[in-house]
Design a protein around this ligand. Structure first.
Ligand SMILES: Cc1ncc(C[n+]2csc(CCOP(=O)(O)OP(=O)(O)O)c2C)c(N)n1
Length: 655
């Protein structure tokens, strides 16, 4: 490597000639492949935006000027050019660099993101604040064609077009979202590219007709045809109508052209849109050939492109969901599935293949997806809205106003609930139990394994539903083997996994298996846990909860959700208002954002791994029992007697 090791800040980029910038791009590409092959991450989008990022750092004055990245998973080059090169191998690792732009990480990261379509609105905010403060700097939003399909992006464009602030939007168009971009906007952008080719062809025809005798007549006819279809052919007309000056499309891998064009548009006034055509995965054959597979990828062999295989022999929840959706599709014609640009991520590829007329990928448009599902349900369909927990946040109002308020039987299938791991806080599904719990007439179901997920899904097609149902499941493998038969499930009822005793653990979803592991360890220490699979978070199973309240002196709830507004608080509320005088503790995600790292490490950090749960329960019970004095011996079986079951008597309620 010749140039990359010398780059400690964008000032160093500015010292290079255009030819050297081209060489730098080659070195950065190599480095991206090397790093991501070891850390996993967003490969293809980063490979496609190397020249664009270098050119932006070359032309603009950072950090005075502001670059606002949409989604911001394409910022690896930006990180390397802004003093983070040596930490790249810590990317997405616990305590390492984030996989996205992050304000705390660097003075060059002016705005963080992870969710799509935010950049134009945020950049406009910067531009408005700059003008009010009478400052003088440039603001650039960099947004992909996928993110450009999001409604929020258009709200931003609309507002920017009318405010007329100086603002540059760079549209990085590679024709791919995670899968191929979908929708009319995407077609429109593709047409612009085709027009570009058409323009070249037209010039060639013009030159050619010059050689004919009757050239004037021929040219007049061509012009007439052209005029009649001109409205269709003016590139970027949509953006022009929204108040932007449109430039492009230009080749996003031609460094000289990029630098020259950015220099030209940099000092123009008002909202400018520069359309840049790039190739997703550029320069690394496996990724260029299959940008979908290498959009977000685990560790891989950089010579062959072979991606490391998963560790578990059990399927993921996503796979179980996808397989079950195919079963549901066969069971009933009214089953339809909707996804917002996440067909593979949500496991719906097979359903989409089998039932193309009953499958809808609406693009990055979760809000629309919610209301669209409501419309489908109102018209008699049974929609399954498969959206990651974190992205369902975008559709909150639609769930409240369009779905729940009208009692519509939409099934919200929320993958990636709980901590997702290396994508970090923008992607953790930490809040869904809280933000859904407060919505009336909505059922929240949380399976403890794949069989239960399948059973719940079958129930929702077999039965008339009085209103919406949300089913949340994690980014993980299922903990138990799948069985052939669809299990029966008593809808709305919790499942007691042991007999009832002094210490009751009400566990939700992933935490059931962790509670069971804790119970095994504690049993060896002479402490018996009663475990309840609290598989319906709303409504609570009040019959079972009342039984627990009557039997247990220690009640713990465990959930992989924010403690605030979560399952534990709902249980605590019931216990308090119904005169429970025993001890209560809620375990869950604390009231702070959890950073990135492996799911295992993060669960440990917040005390939700089996060992930490064991220690917490032991301390909680021990502390409680000490306070209660004589109870101690009732709750702890004698040493050496650990394996023997001991009946623990009812604990007096007075403390
Ligand atoms: C609100 C929201 N929905 C879904 C996603 C998942 N997602 C991440 S990147 C991406 C595709 C973005 O495509 P594009 O903007 O064209 O950028 P590219 O990766 O092609 O460079 C999607 C759908 C997201 N980040 N945010």
């Amino acid at each position: 490597m010749k140039f990359l090791p010398q780059i400690d800040s964008p000032a160093d980029v500015k010292k290079l000639t255009t030819d050297e910038l081209v060489e730098l791009a080659g070195e950065i590409r190599q480095e991206i492949v090397t790093v991501v092959s070891q850390t996993g991450g967003h490969l293809a989008t980063n490979l496609g935006s190397v020249e664009l990022t270098i050119a932006l750092h070359y032309v603009f004055d950072l950090p005075t000027d502001k670059l606002i990245w949409d989604v911001s998973n394409q910022t690896y080059t930006h990180k390397m050019l802004t003093g983070r090169r040596e930490r790249m191998l810590t990317l997405r690792q616990y305590n390492g660099l984030a996989g996205f732009a992050k304000r705390e990480e660097s003075e060059y990261d002016h705005f963080g993101a992870g969710h799509a379509s935010t950049s134009i609105s945020a950049a406009l905010g910067f531009a408005a604040a700059r003008d009010n403060a009478e400052l003088d700097y440039k603001v650039v939003a960099i947004i992909g064609d996928g993110a450009m399909t999001g409604g929020l992006a258009f709200e931003g464009l609309d507002n920017a077009g009318s405010l007329k602030k100086d603002l540059l939007v760079v549209l990085n168009d590679n024709n791919w979202s995670i899968s191929k971009s979908v929708g009319a906007i995407s077609k429109y952008l593709t047409n612009i590219m085709v027009d570009e080719k058409y323009n070249k062809l037209r010039n060639e025809i013009w030159d050619l007709t010059g050689r004919f005798k009757r050239r004037d007549k021929i040219r007049e006819t061509i012009s007439n045809i052209e005029d009649s279809i001109k409205g269709l052919l003016v590139p970027g007309k949509l953006f022009e109508k929204l108040g932007f000056r449109y430039f492009g499309p230009i080749d996003g891998h031609d460094m000289g052209l990029l630098v020259k064009t950015l220099q030209q548009v940099k000092n123009l006034h008002g909202p400018i849109l520069l359309h840049v055509a790039t190739i997703k995965g550029k320069g690394y054959k496996p990724a260029e050939g299959n940008p979908f597979k290498y959009h977000g990828v685990g560790k891989f062999d950089k010579i062959t492109g072979q991606v490391s295989s998963r560790q578990s022999d059990k399927p993921t929840y996503t796979k179980v969901f996808g397989d079950t959706m195919v079963e549901l599709g066969a069971k009933s014609d009214r089953v339809v599935a909707i996804t917002a640009a996440m067909v593979a991520g949500t496991g719906l590829v097979d359903f989409a293949d089998k039932y193309p007329n009953r499958f809808f990928d609406v693009g990055i448009a979760e809000g629309h997806a919610g209301t669209f599902a409501a419309g489908l349900a109102a018209a008699g369909a049974r929609p399954y809205l498969a959206v990651y927990s974190t992205f369902m946040q975008r559709a909150f109002d639609q769930v409240v106003h369009d779905i729940a308020l009208q009692g519509l039987p939409v099934v919200l299938c929320m993958d990636r609930s709980g901590l997702v791991g290396d994508d970090g806080p923008t992607h953790h599904g930490a809040f869904d139990l809280s933000y859904l719990s407060m919505i009336p007439d909505l059922t929240i179901a949380v399976p403890r394994d794949g069989n239960e997920l399948r059973a719940m899904l079958h129930y929702t097609v077999d039965q008339e539903l009085p209103g919406p149902v949300a089913i949340r499941y994690p980014r993980d493998s299922v903990p138990t083997d799948m069985v052939d038969e669809v299990q029966d499930i008593e809808w709305g009822k919790w499942e007691a996994l042991t007999s009832m005793g002094e210490i009751a653990v009400l566990a939700v979803g992933t935490m059931v298996a962790h509670a069971q592991q804790a119970a095994e360890i504690l049993s060896d220490k002479g402490i018996d846990l009663s475990i309840v699979n609290a598989r319906f978070v709303k409504p609570l199973d009040l019959v079972m909860l009342s039984r627990v309240k009557e039997t247990a002196s220690f009640i713990l709830t465990i959930e992989e959700n924010a403690l605030r507004g979560g399952f534990g608080q709902a249980v605590a509320d019931f216990l308090l208002t119904h005169g429970y005088t025993g001890r209560f503790k809620a375990l869950g995600i604390p009231d702070r954002f959890i950073m990135h790292g492996s799911r295992t490490l993060l669960l440990k950090e917040i005390g939700l791994d089996p060992d930490s749960i064991t220690a917490t329960i032991e301390a909680f019970v021990s502390d409680g029992a000490k306070h209660i004095g004589f109870l101690h011996k009732l709750i702890f079986r004698k040493n050496g007697n650990a394996k023997k079951k001991v009946e623990v008597g009812r604990v007096p309620q007075s403390r």
